[in-house]
Design a protein around this ligand. Structure first.
Ligand SMILES: [Zn+2]
Length: 231
C-alpha cells in the first residue's frame, strides 16, 4: 500500500469514527438524564421489605391489550432504561385504573398504549414489559421507557396522594427489577415538554411536587434495597 492510499484509508477511518461519535452524541442527547430538581430524600425511617412484598402492596392486576391489536403489532422489543410518568387528565367518575385498562384493551385509544395504569386502589398492567408502548411522544421515549399512567378521577373520590404513593411503590419495584437509576424516572415533560403528569408539575415544569414524588420513589427503593439508594 502506497503512502497516499495509506493516508486516504486513515482519513476514511477518522471520518467514520467522527460520524459514529456524532451519532452517539445525538442519541445520548435524546436520552439525557435530568437533574434531580429540588430533590430532598425522605427522612422517614426505612421499613425493610422484599421486592415481591412491595409489589403485593402496590396490588398489581393484569389486563393485557390483545396481542393482535394495532398498537401491539407495531411494538418493538425493548429493555427499559427509563420509567416515564403520566397522568390521564381524565376527571370523569368512571376514569379508574380498571376502566382505563378496559378502554385501552378494546381499542378506545387508537394510537396510544402504555404499560401500567394506577389509581388509589390498584395497579393494572396493560403491556408486556419487553414491548414498546406509544406514550412518550418521541421514539427515544417509547423505545427506552415503560409508560405509567396515574388516574385523576376526583369525582369518584380518588385520592391523589394514595395514587401517587401507589405509583411510587410500583416505580421502586421496576427500578430494582431493571437496575434503573432515580435520574431515569422522568415525567412525560422530559421527552416533549408536555405538561404531564399535570398534578405533579409546577407551572407545567418539574418543581417541588415532582421532587416530592421522587423522594417517595427513593424511599421505597431504599426499603427494598437494604437502605442503599440508586441515584
Ligand atoms: Zn403523558
Amino acid at each position: 500500500m502506497g503512502r497516499l492510499s495509506r493516508f486516504i484509508t486513515l482519513g476514511s477511518c477518522l471520518l467514520m469514527l467522527l460520524t459514529v461519535s456524532c451519532q452517539q452524541q445525538e442519541s445520548n442527547a435524546s436520552l439525557r438524564s435530568p437533574q434531580l430538581f429540588r430533590f430532598q430524600p425522605s427522612k422517614n425511617p426505612i421499613v425493610p421489605r422484599t421486592m415481591s412484598r412491595l409489589a403485593r402492596e402496590a396490588n398489581i392486576k393484569i389486563r393485557m391489550v390483545p396481542s393482535n391489536s394495532r398498537q401491539r403489532r407495531a411494538a418493538k422489543k425493548i429493555r427499559p432504561t427509563f420509567l416515564t410518568i403520566h397522568s390521564t387528565s381524565n376527571h370523569s367518575s368512571s376514569a379508574t385504573a380498571m376502566q382505563h385498562s378496559r378502554a385501552l384493551c378494546r381499542g378506545a385509544f387508537s394510537n396510544r398504549s402504555w404499560h401500567f395504569t394506577v389509581d388509589q386502589y390498584m395497579v393494572v398492567q396493560n403491556l408486556p414489559l419487553n414491548e414498546s408502548g406509544w406514550h412518550a411522544g418521541t421514539a427515544a421515549g417509547n423505545h427506552h421507557s415503560l409508560g405509567i399512567e396515574m388516574c385523576e378521577a376526583e369525582n369518584l373520590g380518588q385520592n391523589h396522594f394514595r395514587t401517587w404513593d401507589r405509583a411510587a411503590k410500583l416505580v421502586a419495584v421496576l427500578m430494582k427489577r431493571y437496575n434503573i437509576n432515580l435520574r431515569h424516572v422522568v415525567p412525560h415533560y422530559h421527552w416533549t415538554g408536555k405538561n404531564c403528569p399535570t398534578p405533579l408539575l409546577t407551572n407545567g415544569r418539574p418543581g417541588p411536587k415532582w421532587g416530592w414524588f421522587l423522594s417517595r420513589v427513593d424511599y421505597y427503593y431504599r426499603c427494598i434495597n437494604g437502605g442503599t439508594p440508586n441515584r
